[in-house]
Design a protein around this ligand. Sequence first.
Ligand SMILES: [Zn+2]
Ligand SMILES: [Zn+2]
Length: 732
Amino acid sequence: MPKSILKIALDVPLNRLFDYLSGGQVAKVGQRVLVPFGRRSQIGIVVGVAETSDFAIEKLKPIMQVFADELPINAETLNLVKFSADYYQYPFGQALLSALPARLRQIAPAVSRKQYAYQLTDLGRQLDVEAIPKRQLVNRRVFLALRASNLLTEADLDEISSSARKAAKQLVIEGWASSLQVQATVRTLETQPAVEPELNQEQALAVARITQDSQSFKAWLLHGITGSGKTEVYIRLMQHVLHRSDSQVLVLVPEINLTPQLEARFRSRLPNFSLVSLHSNLSESERLHHWQLAQSGTARIIIGTRLSIFTPLPNLKLIIIDEEHDSSYKQQDSMRYHARDVALVRAKRLNIPVVLGSATPALESWHNATANKYNLLSLNQRAVTAAQLPHIECIDTTKVNLQQGLTPQLITALKLRLARKEQSLLFINRRGYSPVLLCSACHWIAPCMRCSSKLVVHLGQRKLRCHHCGHEQKIPNQCPSCGDADLHPTGHGTQRLEQTLAQLLPTARIARVDRDSTSRKNALVEILDKVHNQEIDILVGTQMLAKGHDFPNLTLVGVIDTDSALHSPDFRASERLFAQLMQVAGRAGRADKAGQVIIQTQFPEHVLFNALRTQDYVTYAKAMLQEREQVQFPPYVFTALLRAEANDFALVHQFLQHAFELARSLSDKVLVYDPVRPQMERLKGMERGHVLMQASSRPALQQLLKNLVSQLRGKTIAAKVRWAVDVNPLEF
Ligand SMILES: [Zn+2]
Ligand SMILES: [Zn+2]
């Protein structure tokens, strides 16, 4: 008898598979199917085929449709998702379906949007660029690019400008260009690779060591100071691996904003290998198309944010994780996985190398390197020999007169840069005008009613806004508590700093980069273009600016008010601050100009600043790890949180108390702490609490979590709250 029972994963919050009859249709493992579920139909993935079922056969329903034209998801990917779902205590079906592009969760065959390429017509070839009006800048650039090459795909056009596709269509309307349909968004341009820079000794050694061992699992920690040329090492490794036939490389980056630059660099150096990106800024059809190119093995280089770690890649031979310490690799809802940790598991199972790169590795990774679990490679020199390390100084804000929050030293340094026509960057990790609205009569501070947080003043829009839940209200005319009209925006945010600078330095051209100023698509790219074209003198921004961007003419970095992170109850806050400040300091003086960094603080003697002044990550990491070991914090112990929230705290408390007692009874190897409230007690109108579990053995913790979750699922007390397990949590 043929196997006719299909085990199907569905996007439902139950940790089990569902049995269906094949109904005479042929469905392979990994294939997408449509099945009846309750009164609706749902998309599912076949993960097993069997002859028997635990349920009565006559009660099973047949599947409705097999999407037989689509490639099935390979076993390696299914197994990886299964492992992750188990490890992070999340239902497998939900984990699997949410790892797919949105189009594959919809009830329709997954057809990619047609891709087009453009070329000049005979008429267009006779044309001079002057025939296109000067103000149509992009049209001109596209025209010139078309003239320089035979064919440009949409992917090529995207590199020219975000509006290049529109420009190409206009050229078609004019009759100067024609379009044709092509297979893939791969680059058609046959270009010579850009010139290879020479490697310095450290880079060469790193490349040599990794390539010697490139056909088996090894985790490499590439610790390289900012500007030491980590990307060049990645490129050489990719070259080495890609020249083996069909092999694929996955490059993870922490932020969508960083993909275009890295993409451009990879394309120019590895022009003959097709490259796709995968991140949430792509349209649904683009993402599907890129995903399918990766899945079919057509795309050889895949560059993406954390979600791309679950992409099926039939010939994956190398994984690179850039800025491996970045907390955005950790998913903070649904399946709370850490893409770096999943990548390590994936590499090990595939027996391929994985390279973790960072100037400030996560303490977990550094610990693994010192314990010889990872192989450490260091890049201590800047790649451009002329480039100097920036000079870093801390200014004690309690000892000088501040002018609107700025020290005289910083103002003088800014003026000097303006006179020399060099650029400056001011880093302040708080967007908005000012962090609080204060009544000077009764000290009332505008709170968010839905969160345990203060409302941030956005003066331009005359609004108060909560940065946690998005709540928005008008700035009141008088204090709601005492009726006094004397309400003051207190403290500095990016908007206020921008305003202050405009007053102090009226000739300076200032740009602000934060989530508000870059919410429009391409806004960030436009600002960065202006910076590169020397149309900006001073950049004011949040951590968005700290990462990756290279500004050769930027010689001054000012850091304003980061002191709150020095004394945060979150034990990881100082680790994050150190990484952030190292990154932001690295922005100064990257080319042949020496950089200066001025940090305004009330605690200039803090150990963190001492390490920063000497750019000494190693000493800092050692001190931090010693501290963690003494108090038994990660990476010396393994932790997990049981998080719960509800409208009514009594329900949360009841649930957590029950879970706490249950967890205690289930294991004597795991330390279970009393239920407590997190830093943000209330968020988006929900009352929150959690139970922390800690163990020196990972298997012991995993065993407890498994038992705990299976016993909690389906309990009435658990149905009254929203709860989730967070393994290796980053936020408390
Ligand atoms: Zn008041
Ligand atoms: Zn709020």
